[in-house]
Design a protein around this ligand. Structure first.
Ligand code: ARG
Length: 463
């Protein structure tokens, strides 16, 4: 069957430029399994409702399974003239089973068919992403546990602010990727809706059973409105939004890894197996993996923007514009999955340089807030204490010293309330470990947070 499925009313052959221009097979061939699964479910339903005979359904299903194998084994010939994956499968089915192939498209349109394929595809890939993110989140918890007591500077405005545990910093990423996983799970409930049987846009005259089709394909729900079902791409937009936010997290992490791997920071050593060299500078070891993740973030944002723009002001119901949805979706799925995979593999192999991180906390008055808190403990209002410490910092700067390097006598020139106990409060361990407020960086908090995260990960059921 090489003639077009729709050319009955046409007096002229399609121009070759138009065939090439409108063809989507190079992109949507990736949906072949979902297309065939959907068709097998559809013909099962057609038989159970008496719309086609049982024998026909068996023939059609066998033919469809053969096509699935042919495509999987690379034996299938694709041809632009057949437009898309749906026409390719139907055309090949005709070669295999003959005229009965023409019954498969009863009570169906390519409009609901492509919506079904995209949903089956995205459901599978979103589930994979949730599992991949689970492994990545586990990686952060493990890295936090292994490096639980390493102290590093925490930053605001890229200026040293207060010391924190590296493990606390790593668990911040656990939180981000946990929210991402939640967003994907939430998106999944709206991806997992069965559109088949809405036909072109208005539903169908045949006594179909859409719940039967949904049961076979294990859908959680059946779309309620036939116009919406063929026109809706919200489920893709939600996926791309969640993917974009997830890439924000990846790009922030990557930026930090690039900075930390620099000689200026010297906080980490990336594994050789995850670094690359320079073809001219023999000494170079470059952080190309986080750089590329940072760079690929733009691609995913672009995919979201592209689909939002395609959808904007599109009238009901199906329009061919919608064919543009798949390239953006596939590009983001591929990019995100590759980023999660490579980061999960690299993370446990990053060497955190304990001494360099610790050393970096000793310069820059990271304990200034704690000196103010100490004075508050002596009954001085915080704003006043802040001013006192400000003067002490200015004095220390003038003398090229840190706060803890000032003598008790020098300290007492700023406040008579100060005694020797102040110096205990200024040690970096004290500064970290006294931050026991909920969500704070004290070692006991972070240990508990890591345990809680590990328990949660173990208890999660994966899709
Ligand atoms: N290749 C098309 C797409 O991806 C399939 C649906 C075609 N429908 C149509 N009425 N031409 O959107």
């Amino acid at each position: 069957m090489t003639e077009k499925a729709w050319d009955g009313r046409f007096a002229e052959k399609t121009d070759q430029t138009v065939e090439a221009f409108t063809s989507s097979i190079a992109i949507d061939r990736r949906l072949y399994r979902h297309d065939i699964d959907g068709s097998i479910a559809h013909c099962g339903m057609l038989a159970r409702t008496g719309i086609i005979s049982e024998q026909d359904a068996v023939l059609l299903s066998k033919g469809l399974e053969q096509i699935r194998d042919e495509i999987a084994d690379g034996l299938f010939v694709f041809d632009d003239r057949l437009e898309d994956i749906h026409m390719h499968v139907e055309s090949r089915l005709f070669d295999i089973v003959g005229n009965v192939a023409r019954k498969l498209h009863t009570a169906r349109s390519r409009n609901d068919q492509v919506a079904l394929d995209a949903r089956l595809y995205l459901r599978e890939e979103t589930r994979r992403i949730i599992r991949q993110l689970h492994a990545l989140r586990n990686g952060f918890v493990e890295a936090a546990r292994v490096n639980i007591s390493i102290i590093m500077p925490g930053y605001t405005h890229m200026q040293r602010a207060q010391p924190v545990l590296l493990s606390h910093h790593l668990l911040a990423y656990y939180e981000m990727f946990t929210r991402d996983a939640e967003r994907f799970r939430d998106a999944l409930t709206r991806i997992d809706v069965m559109p088949l049987g809405c036909a072109a846009l208005a539903g169908t005259t045949y006594p179909i059973d859409r719940d039967d089709t949904a049961r076979q394909l294990k859908f959680g729900d059946v779309s309620a409105n036939s116009i919406d079902a063929v026109a809706d791409r919200d489920f893709m937009l939600e996926f791309l939004s969640a993917a974009s936010i997830c890439m924000v997290h990846f790009s922030r992490l990557s930026e930090e890894l690039v900075l930390w791997a620099s000689t200026e920071f010297g906080f980490i050593e990336l594994p050789d197996a995850f670094s690359t060299g320079s073809s001219i500078m023999p000494q170079k070891k470059n952080p190309d993996v986080p750089e590329l993740i940072r760079g690929k973030t733009g691609r995913v944002f672009g995919d979201l923007m592209a689909l939002l723009t395609t959808m904007k002001a599109l009238p009901m119901a199906y329009n061919r514009d919608l064919q543009e949805d798949k390239s953006t979706l596939f590009s983001s799925v591929d990019t995100l999955q590759a980023c999660i995979d490579v980061m999960s593999k690299m993370l446990p192999r990053i060497m955190f340089k304990k001494d360099a991180m610790r050393q970096a906390t000793t310069k820059g008055f990271l304990n200034a807030t704690d000196m103010a808190d100490y004075l508050v403990g002596k009954g001085i209002p915080f704003r006043e204490a802040h001013a006192v410490v400000g003067r002490a910092v200015a004095y220390a700067l003038d003398h090229g010293k840190e706060l803890e390097q000032l003598s008790l006598e020098e300290m007492r020139t700023f406040s008579k309330e100060i005694d020797a106990a102040l110096f205990d409060a200024l040690t970096v361990e004290q500064v970290v470990n006294r931050r026991t407020s909920k969500g704070g960086t004290a070692t006991e908090n972070v240990k508990a947070a890591a345990n809680l995260a590990a328990e949660r990960l173990a208890a999660e059921t994966l899709p």
